[in-house]
Design a binder for this molecule. Structure first.
Ligand SMILES: C[S@@+](CC[C@H](N)C(=O)[O-])C[C@H]1O[C@@H](n2cnc3c(N)ncnc32)[C@H](O)[C@@H]1O
Length: 231
């Protein structure tokens, strides 16, 4: 059966991970990661935070810069991405592991926060992955998944992209919109995301907020909370 895309990352060669790193190292993406990092740090002062599909590890680096007290973990299905993140985060106390969020191996009730940026749309077995996030989250805590969605406003996104990329090199101005558009074509529609979550333990405790944190208005913040235990 055809997967959602994670397979292409499992076998990603190291040079391709380095290329991804170079192409996505734009001011606009840096701004977006920084705003997401601020959003997360404003909600969590201490404890363990997991970034799923951490890729080159940029979000973790910015979170660390804003709050070095947080205990940071990165998980990625791609050996090449984990290798790259280890290089990018050298010297920082970050726990990086290769693994699939469908079966992460972390203990129950372990994390105060779980996040990801642009990874959920690639996961095979998205419901099982959400169940796994529910299992590893502490009670009363939330996952914040930042994801693009397919039913975005194309003219608003094109306008924002043009403005965001003004300062970038010609190569990036040409490549970045194509990368984003191919990602957007693979992502879910908002109602599909809702339908997936409704089939999981997060069914009664989630919100979907459109956001344009630092970037084009094509992003959703999916907040899924593991309810606190009843007294
Ligand atoms: C588009 S990249 C985004 C990387 C990074 N979060 C960023 O914002 O630059 C998606 C990442 O998710 C990872 N990934 C895909 N499926 C995964 C899974 N099931 N479990 C863990 N990581 C996964 C890929 O290997 C890849 O590094």
């Amino acid at each position: 059966m055809k997967g959602r895309g994670q397979e292409s990352f499992v076998s990603l060669p190291r040079f391709a991970a380095r290329l991804y790193n170079a192409l996505t190292h734009t001011q606009a993406i840096e701004r977006q990661h920084r705003e997401i990092a601020r959003d997360l740090v404003a909600r969590l002062a201490r404890g363990r935070l997991l970034d799923i599909g951490t890729g080159p590890g940029r979000l973790l680096s910015l979170v660390h810069e804003l709050n070095p007290e947080l205990e940071l973990f990165g998980l990625d299905i791609s050996e090449a991405m984990v290798h790259l993140a280890r290089k990018n985060l050298a010297g920082l106390n970050v726990n990086l592991q290769r693994g699939d969020i469908r079966s992460s191996g972390f203990p129950d009730d372990f994390f105060e926060m779980v996040t990801c940026t642009g990874s959920f749309y690639l996961w095979d077995g998205s419901e099982e992955c959400l169940e796994e996030i529910f299992r590893i989250l502490k009670r009363g805590h939330s996952a914040y998944l930042f994801e693009t969605y397919q039913d975005f406003d194309e003219s608003a996104v094109q306008k924002a992209l043009k403005a965001n990329l003004q300062q970038e090199s010609l190569v990036r101005r040409l490549v970045t919109p194509r990368l984003l558009m191919s990602q957007l074509r693979m992502t879910y529609r908002t109602n599909e995301i809702s339908d997936i979550i409704k089939r999981t333990a997060f069914a009664d405790s989630y919100t979907l907020d459109p956001t344009s944190l630092g970037g084009p208005p094509a992003w959703l913040r999916i907040r899924s909370t593991k309810p606190a235990a009843r007294a």
